[in-house]
Ligand binder design. Structure first.
Ligand code: UD1
Length: 359
């Protein structure tokens, strides 16, 4: 079977890497398309290298723009690639604009489409990713879910059960594979950053970082907490551009640094006392690692990280954040368990599904 993978943004890379590898073992012909949604070396190239992903066969170089501009540019540039390469199946990952753009092109051309990380729902249509998830799932022929809540959501939306496969979490496949390497880089990183105990922050969602009224109270709250635990904050380029001055003026224990590579960030998640984030994937990685995670969002498309894992939803309740923070520092941390099928073999299960289709 000829399989074409479409990736574009940082969180796609760790999901596509293990699937590509599992399919390579089964001798499928594979084509890798990078849309160029993320183009900074620190947001893209370093991940290809660390995750041992081969260079893309096709680069669409779309870059940034409004949602419509970016999605449209990907569609326009991907269509001729699909017409030329004639894949039997296109695989898309997660919920970024590259995912939905590729899904639309496949649906229009009648190319079979598989969605890896299907079925997740925040039920919040103000999130661009929720729109991407809903549309991509409706257009997909094969839907690979990371947890059973995904199957429930898809059934409610009328997706035929025969198209849905509960395979587990491919991002955790990558985590399990690379954790030993991450442990190897940790001592050097620890020395470079002069780390003792520390917390880790990531923030990039428009609802947290785009406007002064949203970002400044949040920065203040973090500034306050950092007096009791140094907080390392690798900053997404979007956040950096917008708040250069304010980040520079924060207290030195709140340490804004450049985005980190995969191994370095994984090492920090593993060794952090706690993580404060608005990311989707980090809620899952911390649950797997058992690191307490405080999510600065009103909702999550990954409820299993709350029900089973170490994640707590904070929204914008700074008192709650401080309470959870202090509880954790005092040794009362939320205990969690690893969800079923987050075992490093999700990609192999996807390969099994494709093998069965091939027969
Ligand atoms: C995207 C995803 C989001 C994901 C995040 C992780 C969508 C809708 N959102 O958000 O779900 O959690 O990636 O990283 O797809 N920029 C750079 N360099 C880059 C890429 C972006 O400076 O390499 C800046 C540009 O100013 C750009 C802005 O970041 O306009 C936003 O980039 P975009 O790809 O639109 O969305 P993200 O915020 O990265």
């Amino acid at each position: 079977m000829k399989v074409l993978h479409v990736v574009g943004a940082r969180p796609n890379f760790m999901k596509a890497a293990p699937v590509y590898r599992a399919l390579a073992k089964r001798s499928h012909e594979q084509i890798l398309v990078h849309t160029g949604q993320h183009y900074d070396a620190l947001m893209s190239d370093v991940f290809f290298k660390a995750l041992e992903i081969p260079d893309p066969d096709e680069s669409l170089n779309v870059g940034s723009g409004s949602h419509a501009e970016q999605t449209a540019a990907i569609m326009i540039r991907l269509e001729p690639v699909l017409l030329k390469r004639k894949p039997d199946l296109v695989l898309v990952y997660g919920d970024v604009n590259s995912t939905v753009a590729a899904a639309l092109v496949c649906a229009k051309l009648g190319v079979r489409l598989g969605h890896v990380e299907a079925g997740l729902r925040s039920f919040d249509r103000t999130m661009p990713e929720e729109i991407n998830r809903l549309v991509t799932d409706q257009l997909s022929d094969l839907l690979f879910t990371p947890s059973a809540d995904g199957n429930t959501n898809l059934a409610r939306e009328g997706v035929a059960e025969s198209k849905v496969f509960l395979v587990g979490n491919v991002m955790i496949d990558t985590l399990i594979r690379f954790l030993p390497k991450a442990e190897n880089v940790f001592p050097k990183l620890k020395a470079e950053l002069s780390l003792g105990s520390f917390g880790l922050i990531t923030l990039h969602r428009p609802s947290n970082v785009d406007n002064e009224a949203d970002f400044l109270p949040l920065l203040n709250a973090l500034d306050k907490l950092s007096r009791d635990l140094p907080l390392i904050f690798p900053v997404h380029p979007r956040t950096r551009q917008r708040w250069v001055e304010q980040l520079r003026a924060a207290n030195p224990n709140l340490r804004a640094i450049d985005p980190l590579g995969y191994l370095e960030f994984l090492a920090l998640q593993k060794h952090a006392t706690l993580v404060i984030t608005d990311s989707g994937g980090i809620q899952e990685e911390t649950t797997f690692l058992g690191t307490p995670c405080f999510t600065l969002r009103e909702n999550t498309e990954r409820p299993i990280t709350i029900a089973s894992g170490t994640n707590v939803l904070i929204g914008r309740d700074w008192e709650k954040l401080e309470k959870e923070f202090r509880n954790t520092l005092n040794g009362n941390r939320k205990q969690g368990a690893r969800p079923p099928l987050w075992d490093g073999k999700a990609s192999e299960r996807i390969a099994d599904v494709l093998a069965a289709l091939d027969r």
